[in-house]
Design a protein around this ligand. Structure first.
Ligand code: HEM
Ligand SMILES: [Cu+2]
Length: 526
């Protein structure tokens, strides 16, 4: 009894450790958000340099800089790290910083689990990156991990499976935390249908993660036992089926692509109303559209495998269900446009990235619809057209929304305004560079250039050269972003609590920088 009382008194406000121990042991949602965001930025530069090596090799036909096997390691690790190491952790960083602030909650529901969810990520990153120096090099079978390649490879394949398990565990812990926080820790009066859209999109994303990460874990565990323990799940010689892997993998990975985009929809839905000085058009329809996209994402997976040979009825089902996703997505694009309609618009950097998101993500959505047409996809599958598609949705979609969100909330996080002039330079160089890299890839794909090859036929040279020039332009302009962030951390014009004139939400009621502990007593929302 007295022990319990003692323990209760002890908990709370003693001085928290400083230096490295502050970060290792932190249970503070803002610290953990910052850790996620820095981790993501470091991974962006490491996977980004792999992309530049890939593009440098592809500047000319023939083999210049890399051997084919190393080239395949670069494309595989680039994809794996960009998805699991950059986009997902960045969104977790936003969730940690913003969900409690937007809900008027003092912290996340499970602060210690929050600490674990982050700190196992660098372990996974080290497993992945260090495999470059192991015998046989890093994994080279593509981020999609298809057998038989993934059954045949060396030790790095086992390490990658372990890394995928760790990253999945981190996502599940993060999601449990986010769902519990949103459902239980909202300020009095903040009903679900009053929540900021960013919180809504993360709530739905967290459910997607909990539903699909175990599927991925199952798939890679079966790979592991096929590799090491004599099972034959995916080995045709032993009665297994490699196509079964593709079904299991894409049952995870198509919802996964929405995990990579729903929080982006959330960020853009915060930024556009602010700089339009109007409330979001169609709030409720945005919530329902997000939920519909999430539900539909479970029934379209085989659009990634039209070429494996499936009954016509199945082809039709997956083609039409995929096209159905364009309806709620169209609702969203309509609502963002309608929010801007007759608003008093201003074009600060967050808004520029958000507008670019709406325009360019839509291009990616359209090329997705083209790919969804089964007979067309049989021509375009595994060509550069697919590469163009997913970079439009992931770079000008997910990544641009992350930039929009960083510029939008950086003054709240650091207490300083970022350098608007440098921000605009970063925006324009990124948006122009990005289109120079990826737009020509549509033409390359239509002309038949396969993806994942280090060498190509002569007729593809010009578009590849253009793409490589754009890639270096895009890549190096990210250094401007790094400078902007560092400058804002070190100083600059002091940011007021209400950073943006038109912004609404509880995060703008606390000072900038947001104090270490906020909403110790809950605000009341009317
Ligand atoms: C209207 C929405 C969308 C449609 C109709 C669509 C459709 C498709 C189809 C049919 C493919 C398969 C192409 C092939 O391999 O032959 C594909 C590939 C892909 N999509 Fe989408 N998509 C949409 C949105 C998205 C979004 C939002 C993301 C991510 C943020 C995304 C990421 C990807 C990726 C990464 C691949 C390539 C997977 C791989 O083979 O490595 N897509 N998409
Ligand atoms: Cu898909």
């Amino acid at each position: 009894m007295s022990d319990a009382v003692h323990a209760h008194e002890d908990h709370g406000h003693h001085a928290h450790p400083s230096g490295i121990m502050r970060w290792l042991t932190t249970t503070n949602h803002k610290d953990i958000g910052t850790l996620y965001l820095w981790f993501s930025l470091i991974m962006l530069f490491s996977a980004g340099s792999m992309a530049l090596m890939i593009r440098a090799e592809l500047f000319q036909p023939g083999l210049q800089l890399t051997q084919p096997d190393f080239f395949n390691q670069l494309t595989t690790m680039h994809g794996l790290i960009m998805i699991f190491g950059v986009i997902m952790p960045a969104f977790s960083g936003f969730a940690n910083w913003q969900v409690p602030l937007m809900l008027g909650a003092p912290d996340m529901a499970f602060p210690r689990m929050n600490n674990w969810a982050f700190w196992i990520l660098p372990v996974a990153a080290i497993l992945l990156l260090s495999s470059f120096v192991l015998p046989g090099g890093a994994v080279a079978g593509g981020w999609t991990m298809y057998p038989p390649l993934y059954i045949q490879g060396g030790i790095s394949y086992d390490l990658t499976i372990l890394a995928v398990h760790i990253m999945g565990l981190s996502s599940i812990m993060g999601s449990i935390n986010i769902i519990t926080t949103i459902l239980n820790m909202r300020a009095p009066g903040l009903t679900l249908m009053k929540m900021p859209l960013f919180v809504w999109t993360w709530l739905i994303t967290a459910y997607l993660l909990i539903a699909t990460m175990p599927v991925l874990a199952g798939a890679v565990t079966m790979l592991l036992t096929d590799r090491n323990f004599g099972t034959h799940f995916f080995n045709a010689a032993g009665g297994g089926d490699p196509v079964m892997f593709q079904h299991i993998f894409w049952f995870f990975a198509h919802p996964e692509v929405y995990i990579l985009i729903l929080p982006a929809f959330g960020i853009v839905s915060q930024v556009i109303p602010t700089f339009s000085r109007k409330p979001l058009f169609g709030y409720a329809s945005m919530v329902y559209a997000t939920a519909s996209i999430a539900i539909l994402s479970f029934i379209v997976w085989a659009h990634h495998m039209f070429t494996v040979g499936m009954p016509v009825a199945a082809q039709l089902f997956f083609m039409l269900s995929t096209m159905l996703i364009a309806v709620p997505t169209g609702v969203k694009v309509f609502n963002w446009t309608a929010t801007m309609w007759k608003g008093s618009l201003t074009f600060e950097t967050p808004m520029l990235f958000a507008i670019a998101f709406v325009c360019l993500f839509t291009i990616g959505g359209f090329s997705g619809l083209v790919l969804a047409i089964a007979p067309v996809d049989i021509q375009l599958h595994d060509t550069y057209y697919v590469v163009a598609h997913f970079h439009y949705v992931l770079v000008s979609g997910a990544l641009f929304s992350i930039f929009a969100g960083i510029y939008y909330w950086l003054p709240k996080w650091t207490g300083h305004m970022y350098d608007e002039r440098l921000g605009k330079w970063h925006f324009w160089l990124s948006v122009i560079g990005m289109n120079i890299v990826f737009f020509p890839m549509h033409f390359l794909g239509l002309a038949g250039m396969p993806r994942r090859i280090p060498d190509y036929s002569l007729q593809f040279t010009e578009f590849n050269q253009i793409a490589t020039v754009g890639a270096f332009m895009f890549g190096f302009s990210q250094l401007i972003f790094l400078v902007v962030v560092l400058k804002a951390i070190r100083g600059g014009v002091k940011a007021p609590a209400q950073v943006w004139e038109g912004a609404e939400g509880l995060e703008w009621t606390v000072p900038s920088p947001a104090p270490y502990h906020t909403f110790v007593t809950a605000p009341v929302v009317k």
